[in-house]
Structures are given as C-alpha cells and as structure tokens.
Design a protein around this ligand. Structure first.
Ligand code: SF4
Ligand code: SF4
Length: 387
C-alpha cells in the first residue's frame, strides 16, 4: 500500500488512540492496534479493513471534532478502506473505477440491460418478450438456456477470479515477508464466527451508534438481512441448477419448491436489507462518514435492491405476458451486478473477511505472550497537540 495523505492521517490518529486506549472494548481494532508500537501502511490498511464503521469510538471520543486533535476514526478508516480497494483491485488499471463508481454503476447497468434486451430480440421473435409463456422451460423459450447460463457463468466467473486476485494482493500487501503466518483451522473458525455474527457491529454488547450517539442494532440486523438474503438467492440458483442438470426438472418450479422458496425469502431479505441500509445512510450523523464515498455506496445498494425486487416481480408475473421483459431486465441487472462486484463497495466483504482472519491469527499468537508496550501516552498526546 502506498503512503498517502490518508495513511499519514490514520497513523497520526492511531498514535493518539494507542496512548489513550479508552475504546479498547469497542471492537477488534483497538486490541489489534495495541499489539503494535509503529504503524506501517500495511498495518493501517489492515486496521482500516478490520473497522466495521460502527462509529462507537467517534461518539465516545474526547478528542473528536471540534477538539484540536480532530480524531475521527470511522471517517478516516472509511477513506483508507476505499483507497485499499482501488490499490489491490485486479487488474490494477481497473482500480480507477472506484473513483467515480456511482457513474460507472449507472453506465454498466444501462449497457447490460440494453445488451440482454437486444440479444433476446436478435435471437428470438421479439413478440416473445410480451407473449405469455407457461409450462416447463417457459423461461428458456424467452432467453435460451445456453445464453442465460453462458452470460451468468462468464460474468460471475470473472468477478470471482478478479476478487480472488485482489484478495491475494491484499493479503501479501498488508503483511509482507515474515509477517505471513500459516493459515490453520482455529483462526479460520474464529474469523468465520465473527463474519457470520457480525460481532464487531455489536459495539462491545450494547450496539452501534447507527444514527447518532444513541445505541442500536439496526445496522447489524440490516447487514444480516442483506448477507443471508444474498446467500439464500445463491442457494436458489444452485438448487435450480441441480434440479435442471441432475433431476431433469426445468424451471419455472412450483411455488413451494426449494429454489422458489429460497429465492423468495432471499429476495425479501435482500430488499429489506438494502432499502434499510440506504435509509440509515440518509439519516445518520454525517460527521463520522466519508462523504465522497456515499455516491458509490448508494449506487451499489440501489442496484442490489433492483436485482432483488425484479426477481420477486418475476415470480409474480411469471405466468403473464409481462414475464419476458421482466426476465430480460432481471438478467441484465444481475449481469451488471456481477461485472461491478470486484470494483464496488461490495468487495469490503472479501477484505474485511481477510482482516478478521489476520486478527484471529494475531489473537491466537498473542495468547500467553506479553502485550506490546504502547509509547508513552503523555509524549504522544503532546506531540499530537503540537501538530
Ligand atoms: S477515545 Fe478517542 S483517542 Fe481514545 S481510543 Fe477512543 S477514539 Fe482513540
Ligand atoms: S468505528 Fe467502530 S469498528 Fe471502527 S474503529 Fe471505531 S469502534 Fe471500532
């Protein structure tokens, strides 16, 4: 990770926090910070990705703005996280897409929708888009099976490969050389537990400062709705593929079938999670927020909301003449989402997962070892006040 104005600012604030340590019980960041005496750009990137943006430390901080120290960890770490997504993106030239991500999301969505509609009309009789199709294989009479699965496989495969390459670059970049530890089952299990429960959005037990200085669990539950909704939609697709290839059962399936039930509940949870998170962003206290990233966050949440709502609408209109257009629109939105996945805020799931894994490794290694001694509090705070 390159040295930037943001890394210099994050280092200044971490040195103040390392002398203060008031927020030690809030999340994983402060104990991880306390293991370090100096902060390389790799350390700061790791700590920034470990931060879940709960804003607890900002609302508790006696040195937050308008204090001269100006400690605003959630805002600084959010900016640093965005810089790390661009730095480790694969291929590296695509990292520039993060800068104007809101515009890119709109453009790619428009192009993907147009491409799917044009392909459908070019390969089929255009009338099929507004003629009711029923019975086995109805969806594939509108968009051929080979085209639907081909487009989804290529775009999702590309997204997975690009994110895996980004993850590798991040893992090496945040702990170069001797800092790499072997990955063993115990830290993997700890990190998986932290990811699945979003433990670090608990604010040490009483919740986050979602909107202001009062504590709540809204953001944690909305994140859960989005994450588990996404996983249920993924389960719907894989069970549908299993039915098609191994049992010869072609969609559309009965409403009570596994793929439709997974997809329905997944879609509902995704709609609630994305709409709720958009609402939280519009009403939250703006000071501990990185404002220049808001456009891209709104754009990706809106795209995921549209993917889920069109999936649900497809279920509603699947036996009517509106099914063809709805299917093409839903597929176009899904393709846009896959293509943008490695270059959007959504990659935070990958980097945060790796940060939690590294944190679990460090916690395991620290057990029984003496904690690293922080620099003298008085000296650090004096230096910060002088700067
Ligand atoms: S109170 Fe402020 S300076 Fe102290 S650890 Fe928390 S965020 Fe850092
Ligand atoms: S914003 Fe929340 S998660 Fe991030 S460092 Fe502060 S207390 Fe920890």
């Amino acid at each position: 990770m390159r040295e930037t104005e943001t890394t210099a600012e994050a280092r200044r604030q971490m040195e103040i926090c390392n002398a203060c340590r008031y927020c030690e019980g809030y999340c994983a960041v402060f104990p991880a910070m306390a293991m370090r005496r100096e902060f390389s750009t790799g350390d700061l990137t790791h700590l920034a990705n470990l931060c879940h943006g709960c804003k607890g430390c900002y609302h508790a901080c006696q040195y937050a703005p308008p204090h001269a120290f100006g400690v605003n960890i959630p805002q600084t770490f959010a900016t640093l996280r965005a810089e790390s997504y661009a730095e480790y993106a694969w291929p590296p030239a695509m990292g520039r897409l993060f800068e104007r991500n809101g515009t890119v999301v709109v453009l790619v969505t428009f192009l993907a929708l147009t491409a799917v509609l044009l392909l459908t009309m070019g390969l089929q009789d255009p009338a099929i888009l507004y003629t009711a199709q029923t019975g086995t294989g109805a969806f594939f009479r509108v968009i051929p099976y080979w085209l639907m699965t081909g487009l989804a496989t290529v775009t999702f495969g590309y997204a997975l490969f690009a994110m895996a390459m980004g993850a590798l670059r991040y893992w090496r970049g945040t702990a170069p050389g001797a800092g790499q530890r072997p990955i063993t089952p115990a830290p993997v299990a700890t990190a998986a537990f932290d990811i699945l429960t979003l433990r670090n959005l608990g604010g040490g037990g009483h919740g986050c400062n979602d909107l202001d200085d009062s504590f709540a669990q809204k953001r944690r539950w909305l994140h859960h709705a989005m994450f588990y909704g996404f996983m249920l939609c993924f389960a719907a697709t894989t069970t549908g593929a299993f039915y098609h290839h191994f049992l010869g059962w072609k969609s559309p399936h009965h409403f009570l079938s596994l793929p439709v039930q997974f997809g329905t509940w997944g879609g509902v949870l995704l709609c609630i999670g994305t709409a709720g998170l958009i609402w939280v962003k519009t009403v939250t206290d703006p000071v501990p927020v990185a404002k220049k990233l808001l456009g891209s966050e709104y754009a990706m949440l809106s795209l995921l909301f549209l993917v889920s709502i069109t999936g649900l609408l497809l279920l509603v209109v699947r036996h009517t003449g509106a099914m063809g257009v709805m299917l093409a629109v839903h597929l176009g939105l899904v393709l846009a989402f896959f293509l943008l996945l490695p270059y959007s805020k959504m990659v935070h799931g990958v980097y945060r997962g790796l940060a939690l894994l590294r944190n679990a490794q460090e916690r395991g290694a620290e057990t029984g070892a003496a904690p690293a001694k922080a620099p003298s509090g008085k000296a650090t705070l004096k230096a910060a006040s002088a700067s």
